[in-house]
Design a protein around this ligand. Structure first.
Ligand code: PHE
Length: 468
């Protein structure tokens, strides 16, 4: 079994792969809009505060659990608690969560592929029509794209940690950063772009309230791919020679920088489109924004660069988002696979095959949830709203459960593994951790303020979504 377990080739390999997971729809779309609606730089400051004081410690704890045990989340919780059934259950939650998030993330990625295809055959104008999105998501031909996407993703995962996940990140992450910089530079040359920059960067603390603070923490947590078992698993592929605190810091910086840059792209683009944009009217949902609103923005650029020029800009943007989604998707599907390899003692080939089957089984109904099938479209209702199968999966696993998994990680590390156990892992490969301010902060906060804050976020999200 041991030789089945992969490892990243170096610290850089780990950082790129973890950043590949972290950089996703959250950075490119949700963050810019949240920042602009919630006080610009004021939101940014709160966000940075949470990244440093709450998310960074949880990130290190997750990576340390994985590296110490060289196991997937179920194995990690189980080994570190000497086989406790209750903690094994917490590990299972950290497998079920990525398993289900992968289901609806796959569906969104399929839509991105359809959009790229439409743009490349001259359909930008069609995509910017109000009704297009609901038409696209109800096309039975989505299944063809679904199969192609799954074939690509599982082919990459068959390559394993070094030749699959790490190689993908080594190619796509620099490409993504370059595309983002070029696109931002272009958008900043447009007329009225500066109005967007002011909106984004001038702090307005009057917009900050409890729900903004709650939203900033959820977004920070989600953006770093915490609470999804991802960093536990990636930690299990991380070398004992390298420093966890330093590498985690690099991932957090990369992820936050990309989110920040995405703001410099999206907001000036929106304001160049309509200088009188009221950011309060922007959709909070990343999905609505990417698929319904942004095509309109790109189309409006035809006045400056022609239809073909506007289509090229749109194609580059959607490809960028697709790359970000692909690296996130691969990272999240790897979590159950690592569990099947460790716990069921399957070969990687068999584990990948089994996961391909399981994911397809759930991704098909999720694809049918937006009009193809009545049953899955009107699947259930709660919080006073009708909900599809897709909504249900997204609400429960994406929106709600991440802070709860983060909470269990903190409680586990602080009271079961104990801060001394965590510390003994964090000093491996890092001789500066011992006695540092960071160590003192983590020893104190991991069992106190951090889990309390996460629990509050979890409870308030539950109330917002299910009992609104
Ligand atoms: N961190 C990702 C983002 O910002 C979230 C994510 C990771 C989602 C992995 C799915 C899979 O979008």
């Amino acid at each position: 079994m041991e030789q089945e377990r992969g490892q990243f080739s170096s610290k850089v390999g780990f950082i790129l792969a973890a950043a590949g997971s972290a950089v996703g729809l959250g950075n490119l779309v949700a963050f810019p809009v949240m920042a602009s609606k919630n006080g610009g730089a004021a939101f940014l400051i709160i966000y940075l505060f949470f990244i440093a004081l709450i998310c960074y410690p949880v990130m290190m704890a997750e990576i340390a659990m994985g590296r110490n045990t060289t196991r997937n989340p179920v194995g990690a919780f189980s080994v570190l608690s000497d086989g406790s059934k209750r903690w094994r259950l917490a590990g299972m939650l950290a497998i079920l969560t990525p398993f289900m998030i992968a289901v609806f993330y796959t569906v969104i990625t399929v839509w991105l592929v359809v959009y790229i295809k439409e743009i490349s055959i001259g359909g930008l104008e069609y995509l910017s029509d109000e009704n297009t999105f609901s038409e696209v998501v109800a096309r039975p031909s989505l299944f063809v794209y679904l199969l192609c996407l799954l074939a690509i993703v599982f082919f990459i995962l068959l390559g394993g940690v070094k030749d699959g996940i790490e190689r993908l990140a080594r190619i796509l992450m620099p490409t993504l950063a370059l595309m983002l910089v070029l696109l931002t530079a272009f958008v900043l040359t447009l007329e009225n772009a500066s109005a967007g920059i002011s909106y984004y960067l001038i702090p307005d603390f009057s917009k900050v309230n409890l729900s903004v603070i709650n939203g900033a923490l959820s977004q920070a947590f989600f953006s770093l791919s915490l609470g999804m078992g991802i960093l536990i698993t990636y930690g299990s592929y991380f070398s004992k020679q390298d420093s966890i605190p330093q590498s985690a810091r690099m991932v957090a910086v990369a992820d936050t920088s990309i989110a920040f840059f995405a703001g410099l792209l999206i907001l000036p683009a929106i304001f160049a489109f309509d200088p009188n944009t009221n950011t309060d009217d922007l959709s909070t949902s990343s999905i609505g924004l990417i698929f319904s609103f942004l095509p309109k923005i790109f189309l409006s650029m035809q006045a400056a660069v022609g239809y073909v020029g506007a289509s090229i800009v749109a194609a580059v943007f959607f490809t960028l988002v697709f790359f970000a989604a692909l690296t996130s998707l691969v990272s999240i599907i790897e979590i159950p696979i690592s569990c099947w390899i460790d716990e069921l003692k399957l070969s990687r080939k068999k584990a990948v095959g089994m996961q391909a089957l399981l994911l397809t089984l759930f991704a098909v109904p999720a694809t049918m949830s937006l009009g193809i099938s009545d049953f899955f479209t009107n699947f259930t209702s709660y919080g006073g709203l009708p909900k599809s199968f897709f909504d249900l999966v997204s609400d429960v696993f994406y929106e709600t459960i991440l802070p709860f998994v983060g909470f269990t990680v903190c409680i586990f590390c602080a009271y079961r593994w104990k801060v001394s156990g965590l510390k003994s892992e964090l000093v491996v490969g890092d001789d500066r951790y011992e006695g540092s301010m960071l160590e003192k902060y983590i020893n104190f906060a991991l069992g106190t303020i951090i889990p309390v804050v996460l629990l509050v976020v979890f409870i308030s999200t539950v109330f917002q979504i299910y009992f609104a």
